[in-house]
Ligand binder design. Structure first.
Ligand code: PLP
Length: 400
């Protein structure tokens, strides 16, 4: 804080100082204040060194009260020992990976991941002489066959994007640890309301908080949470790479997370209801959602997530490979609308080959099952029955 003094200064100096104090008691506000400041003043060098010592607040890129508050919330929510809060989900993912690999290492990754995570492994890591292999993480034999002596990292998502497959986290964690590798899991699609990967043996869980966790589509943010020994390394890289989340963003996400359980539980229940209804439509060739009995990992999903109403808020459906009909379907929907994001309180759609997998070569895309007619649905908190009816009426465009 500025020094308080009775001394009078000129107008130009006073403009910088007056009103800098809150003179009435202002402790314990009902909601946390936003510390929109790049730095904190210290009294003298003793005060400065004391703050270094106790990891107090000095400079915003290193530490900020709003970011620290969100760290505590994420550490609690994901059952970790520590967290870092980053400027985006991608920042949390790239920083965690970069902090843990070195030249000559090998990463073993799931093949159906968020497209830009694949880009990090495929296009950035090779520049630093780190190789990656992509296999289907629902195929344990394929994972075992791809482990190399220099494999240091296993990487997957709790529910894959956009095929909605479900890997067996505990078994994969055991495989990783038997080979002295670190296991990172992206929990963006499920959040800690749905599952806590650290409880299943993951070493680090990464989240795009931009999505379900914040849930209001008004902030871009990410987190990595895990054992302290790993988080200390990730924190060190984060400070140097400069990808910390801003105070206002941290505050917004913390506010969003206060209602995360209410929202995500409703989103998951609505998703199960919608998936069941879409499965009966003659115009939908396939519905991918772990709540459905024909989902290849249905039993595993029930074991990991709890029951049919807790299998996540993300669905994908396969429609005809016909752009004119797809456009007509999208225009006829009253509730779900197209958005380049997911996890908001309203239902949104995306077209993976025009967004998350735009750069993925056709052959690889098709191998993953990503066809032109694949639509990803992020289910919101609308009245479930109204949502179902709206989808069913819009699908009638395929009758023509
Ligand atoms: N992980 C998953 C599963 C995602 O779907 C996304 C974005 O859609 C990300 C990570 C990246 O998050 P962000 O956009 O916050 O960087």
């Amino acid at each position: 804080m500025l020094k308080q003094t009775d001394k009078e200064f000129s107008f130009e100096t006073s403009l910088l100082r007056e009103g800098a104090y809150i003179n009435a008691p202002a402790t314990n506000p009902e909601t946390a204040p936003i510390y929109l400041t790049t730095a904190f003043n210290v009294e003298d060098l003793d005060d400065l060194y004391e703050r270094y010592e106790e990891r107090g607040f000095c400079y915003n890129r290193n530490r900020n009260p709003n970011r620290s508050a969100l760290m505590d919330l994420m550490t609690y929510a994901e059952h970790g020992e520590a967290s870092v809060i980053c400027s985006s989900g991608m920042a949390a993912i790239s920083t965690s990976i970069l902090a843990l690999v070195k030249a000559g290492d090998h990463v073993l990754s799931d093949m159906t991941l968020y497209g830009e995570t694949i880009d990090i492994l495929k296009h950035i890591l090779p520049k630093y002489n780190v190789d990656s292999t992509f296999v289907d993480f629902t195929d344990l034999d394929a994972i075992k066959a791809s482990i190399r002596p220099n494999t240091v990292l296993f990487y997957t998502e709790t529910v894959s994007n956009p095929m909605i497959t479900v890997p067996d986290l505990q078994t994969i964690a055991d495989l990783a640890h038997n080979n002295h590798a670190v296991f990172i899991v992206d929990n963006t699609f499920m959040t800690s309301v749905g599952i806590r990967p650290l409880d299943y043996g993951a070493d680090i869980v990464v989240n795009s908080l931009t999505k379900f966790a914040n849930g209001h589509s008004d902030a871009v943010c990410g987190a990595a949470t895990g054992k302290k020994e790993y988080m200390d390394k990730v924190y060190e890289y984060q400070i140097l790479l400069g990808c910390t989340a801003e105070p206002f963003t941290s505050w917004l996400v913390q506010r969003g997370m206060r209602t995360m359980q209410l929202r995500v539980e409703k989103q998951m229940a609505n998703a199960a209801m919608l998936a069941k209804a879409l499965e009966t439509s003659p115009y939908v060739k396939r519905v991918n959602h772990p709540s459905l009995k024909n989902h290849p990992q249905h039993n595993l999903a029930l074991k990991q997530f709890g029951n049919e109403n807790k299998c996540g808020g993300m669905i994908s459906i396969v429609l005809e490979d016909d752009k004119v009909k797809l456009n007509a379907f999208m225009r006829r929907l009253n509730l779900a609308h197209y958005a380049m994001t997911l996890g908001g309180y309203r239902t949104t759609l995306s077209h993976p080959i025009s967004s998350s997998h735009y750069d993925t070569p056709e052959e690889e895309r098709l191998k993953m099952g990503i066809t032109f007619g694949l639509l990803r649905i992020s289910v919101g908190i609308e009245n479930g029955e109204e949502l179902v009816q709206d989808f069913l009426q819009a699908l009638e465009v395929y009758a023509k």
